[in-house]
Design a binder for this molecule. Structure first.
Ligand code: G3D
Length: 199
């Protein structure tokens, strides 16, 4: 789905999010078993990590708290338990990240597609994350977030800016999304869950 445009928005809840997974994700949910997984969610501050995590939680009424340092969230998709480590992208916290790289089964990297001037910085962070030995070979999902904004770059352009297309040592997927509405988020996680099960 690298260049797939976002479809017209699905029906939304009063809080502005889609209220059911797509048919594709429902099929993936049926396919997954009892696997437990720890998923590392990283990205620059303000990229939308907290919004994505809250959008996936069954308890959708929870308020979105600002990310300070790091936080751990647990939620379930189908029968697969996911633990998400949502860490601030602010540079003063980055040295904390690698202490959470052990016992991780997948990596999610969130990028604000509309913030073109920070894509180089995001690329630098991504290099350091994917360069960690603890994370080598793990399935890698990149969310190209904030696709609802006019300034958002096309996913293919973001893939070039982050040099994702040259990744050959792991399964990867670039998913355009809008965390505010949930569009694309569950599809991306569905891909990740299927990859974790397949390992
Ligand atoms: P972080 O956890 O990566 O730091 P947040 O980022 O999830 O806190 O999101 C930062 C800001 O971006 C929030 O706005 C949030 O509402 C907004 N945001 C997240 N995803 C999207 C998206 O897909 N589209 C748009 N337009 N905005 C998004 P505020 O105003 O609360 O700071």
């Amino acid at each position: 789905t690298l260049e797939r445009p976002l479809s017209p928005r699905r029906r939304r809840t009063k809080r502005g999010r889609t209220d059911s997974p797509s048919p594709l994700v429902r099929v993936l949910i049926l396919m997954v078993g009892q696997a437990k997984a720890t998923v590392l969610v990283v990205g620059l501050d303000n990229s939308g990590k907290t919004t994505i995590v809250n959008c996936l939680r069954p308890d959708r009424e929870e308020d979105i708290a600002p990310t300070i340092g790091w936080s751990v969230s647990r939620f379930t998709i189908g029968k697969t338990k996911l633990t998400v480590m949502d860490m601030s992208g602010q540079s003063k916290y980055r040295e904390l990240w690698d202490s959470y790289y052990t016992d991780v089964q997948a990596v999610v990297f969130v990028v604000d597609a509309s913030d073109r001037k920070r894509h180089k910085e995001a690329h630098g962070v991504l290099i350091s994350v994917l360069g960690s030995g603890d994370l080598s070979g793990l399935p890698f999902l990149a969310f190209c977030n904030k696709m609802d904004l006019a300034e958002a770059v096309p996913p293919a352009e973001l893939a070039r800016a982050l040099d994702i297309t040259n990744l050959s040592d792991r399964a990867w997927h670039l998913q355009p999304c809008c965390a505010l509405t949930g569009e694309g988020v569950q599809d991306g996680i569905g891909w990740l869950v299927a990859r974790i099960k397949g390992r």
